[in-house]
Design a protein around this ligand. Structure first.
Ligand code: COA
Length: 384
């Protein structure tokens, strides 16, 4: 017969200390609680309450993800011959040659997340949005190890959270065998995508390392990133989707289909982050990753839009070239708090003095309503 103790008694070391090893209450034990025990019951109740709340939260998030009307996780349903041409052309893994170099495009491996983080940190070292989140008062330099590390931890967090949260991290990897600079890190470009119905979830953010970002950038950074930026961006996305009903091909719908419906922004693919390594910028790698993303999305369910936000004019122009349109001419974050390049004043006096310069950071919320379109046009051009 195993020893039995009141549940509350076994929850604390204190109580365990005072229970004799051979203690065994009678079966007819009267659970009349003294003051200590009732406090412990309160603690047990709280544990139970938090455990149940957490369970409910996880189940609710899962059900919301499943409730989306788009077949995000279904196998390919496209049957048009043009579609197959471009979808097979960009099916990972594949290789592309840019100039004299060859790159393999494929899904990232878990053990590459660190390398991705470091290459991203260098790529975003002058990025205004990263400056704004970090609260930096002066431009960051690649030589500033602590600034670089905080950027590394941020992008590591974004890619890891995406990878564990049902998203896709895709990389272009240099195949150069002779270049000694590339002996360790071969990541030339990377993208992370969230499918329809999937976005950053609290539990995944915790597992992905949000606490490190919080540690680096403090509550101000956390508030700017998780609250201010999310509200402004998703407000803009929502307005854009509310004002447009789009036709979804029958193949993309669970029931019926081929009809005009009002998609929510959460029904779109979301390009969370994209970059090319400094050394491979301008070689067409970002464009290759984008086309791979279009082909993949088309294979999963044709006609589903992609949303993103461009945090530099350079990126905005290239995204427009690849079929995106602006949801509004420009979106501003941090008006009264940061300069257009994302620098924050170092104290209240400086803030008062430089108020006129603190016009906020511009960025661009964009959508590609029909990502396959570009690939279809290119496919037709190749046939001519
Ligand atoms: C923005 C960034 C991702 C661009 O990457 P990249 O690899 O240099 O871009 P690419 O070389 O693939 O761009 C080439 C495409 O853009 C087109 N392009 C080139 N210059 C252009 C211009 N000025 N305007 C519009 N399109 C242009 C090219 O024709 C090509 O398209 P094509 O394949 O149809 O011919 C990269 O500069 C970067 O990582 N920057 C830092 C991080 C960042 O800002 N990321 C984006 C955050 S949202």
């Amino acid at each position: 017969m195993p020893q039995q103790y009141p549940l509350a008694a076994v929850l604390t070391d204190n109580c365990l200390d005072c229970i004799p090893w051979n203690y065994h209450p009678p079966l007819s034990h009267n659970f009349k609680l003294d003051q200590n025990q009732s406090l412990l019951s309160g603690a047990a109740f709280l544990y139970l309450f938090f455990a149940i709340s957490l369970g409910v939260l996880i189940v609710a998030e899962y059900m919301m993800a499943m409730a989306t009307s788009i077949q995000a996780d279904s196998p390919s349903t496209s049957s048009d011959s043009q579609g197959q041409t471009f979808t097979s052309m960009y099916a990972v893994p594949f290789t592309v040659t840019k100039g004299t170099e060859t790159f393999t495009v494929r899904e990232a491996r878990r053990d590459e997340l660190g390398d991705i983080g470091w290459v991203a940190a260098e790529a975003f070292i002058n990025n205004a949005m990263a400056y704004y989140f970090s609260g930096t008062t002066k431009p960051m330099q690649v030589t500033d190890k602590s600034a670089l590390r905080s950027l590394y931890e941020f992008y590591y967090f974004l890619f890891k959270t995406c990878a564990i949260g049902g998203g896709r991290a895709v990389v272009a990897v240099s195949e150069s065998k002779t270049d000694s600079d590339l002996s360790k890190n071969r990541i030339a470009a990377a993208a992370c995508w969230y499918p329809p119905g999937k976005r950053i979830k609290t539990m995944n953010a915790l597992r992905g390392g949000i606490v490190r970002c919080l540690w680096n950038w403090g509550f101000q950074g956390f508030d700017r990133m998780a609250n201010e930026y999310t509200k402004i961006t998703h407000g803009t996305f929502k307005r854009s989707f509310d004002s447009r009903a789009i036709e979804i091909p029958a193949a993309s719908m669970r029931k019926g289909g081929g009809k005009k419906i009002s998609l929510k922004e959460s029904d779109s693919w979301y390009l969370q982050a994209m970059f090319s390594s400094k050394r491979f910028e301008g070689r067409g790698l970002m464009a290759t990753l984008m086309r791979e993303g279009y082909a993949y999305a088309h294979r999963k369910a044709p006609g589903i839009p992609i949303t993103l936000d461009a945090t530099s004019a350079r990126a905005r122009d290239r995204y427009m070239h690849l079929g995106y349109e602006l949801m509004e001419p420009v979106t501003i974050i941090g008006a009264g708090k940061a300069t257009p390049i994302g620098l924050s004043p170092s104290n209240k006096t400086e803030k008062r003095k430089r108020q006129a310069e603190l016009t906020g950071v511009p960025y661009w919320c964009m959508v590609n309503w029909d990502p396959s379109r570009l690939l279809e046009i290119e496919s037709q051009e190749r046939k001519l």
